[in-house]
Design a protein around this ligand. Sequence first.
Ligand SMILES: *Cc1c(COP(=O)(O)O)cnc(C)c1O
Length: 374
Amino acid sequence: MENQQITVTSPLLPDLQDFIPYLEDIWKRKWLTNNGHYHQELEKALSEYLKVPHISLFTNGTLPLITALQALRITGEVITAPYSFVATTHSLWWNGIKPVFVDIDGETCNINPEKIEAAITPKTAAIMPVHCYGQPCDVLKIKEIADKYGLKVIYDAAHAFGVESGGKSILEYGDMSTLSFHVTKVYNTVEGGALVCRDAETKRRIDYLKNFGFAGETTVVAPGINGKLDEIRAAYGLLALKKVDEAIASRKRAADLYREGLKNVEGIKYLNNMENVRHNYSYFPVFVNEKEYGMSRDALYFKMQKKNIFGRRYFYPLISAFSTYRGLDSASLENLPVATKVAESVICLPMYAWLEKNNVERIVNIIVTKGNLE
Ligand SMILES: *Cc1c(COP(=O)(O)O)cnc(C)c1O
C-alpha cells in the first residue's frame, strides 16, 4: 500500500494463541499480583537475558527512577541530561531534588562527561545520565568523576534493553540502572519497567520499597510506594522475551537500509554503530542541517506527515525548556548550546521490528526528494 500510515513505533506483541494458556494458568492459580509465579519467572528470565544478577520488576519505567533515588537516599542536587524523555528529570522533582542540567555531546546525544565537573557543587549527590537512543554513555569517564567526588550514578537505561559494550551488559555500570518496558520500547510488558542493582541486599530493599515498605506481615521498614508488576503482564513479558532477539535483528536490517539510503544526502546525519557495542536499534534519529539540506527540520517533519509518515521529534523541546524547569540556572541556552541545537534538528524516523523494506524505501525517498516525490 503506497499510502499506508506509518507510525514512529509499533509494539512487539506476543502471539495471542501463546498467551491464552498462560492466562488460563493464572486464572487457575488465582494469584494475580504480589510477587507471583510469573513475576518470579520473568525476573529470572530477564536476569539471564540481560546478564545482570539483581533485577526488580516494576509496573512502569518511571517508578524505578523514583525508587532508585529513594533506595540510595539521594538528596540535594543531581546532575542530569536535558536531552531525554521528561520522566528522567521528573523523577528528581518527585524526590524534592534539584536537577542540574549538563550539556550533551553532539556525536552521541549523551551527557558530555567533560562538562560534568564544572556542575558539581557541595550539594551534588549523584549523576543521572541517560543512554540516549540506547547509545552507551561514556561509562568509564563518568565512573572516574563519580569516584573522585564520591557521587552515586543512576543510569536511565530506558532505551538500552539488551545493549552490551565489550561483551558486558551496559546495565552493569553505575550503582543502579533503570529500564522501561513501555509498549513503545524495544521490549515491552505493555506498561512495565525494572531496576537493576549490584547486590542481593539492595535488591531486597528495593523489593520492600516497591511494596509500600513491607518487610513482613506487620513490618514496614520504609515509606515505600506501590510499584508492583502484575501476573498478566509478567506472563506477557515472558512471551515477548522469546521474540526480542528476532525483533532486534529485524530492527538492525531496517537501520542498515536507512543508513544505506541516506548516506549521500547532504545535510542529513544519523548515528553510526559504535565499536564493540551490541546495539538494540531502539530509535533511528536523523539530524537535519537546514542550510545544507535546504529545508528546515519542521518543514521536512510536516511534509512527511502529509505523506502519512509519522516520525517524532524526540527530544524536542528539551526537558529544561518545560515550565517546571526553565527557571533553573542550568536550564539556560548558554549552558546547553549543543542539546538545544540537536533538539532543533532531530526527527526520529519510524523504527520497529518488521518495518517493511518497501516502507523504509518510501521514507528514504521522501527525504532524498525533500518531499517532492509524488
Ligand atoms: C520511556 C522512558 C522512561 C519512562 O518509562 P515509562 O515506562 O513510560 O514510565 C524514562 N526515561 C526514558 C529516557 C524513557 O524513554
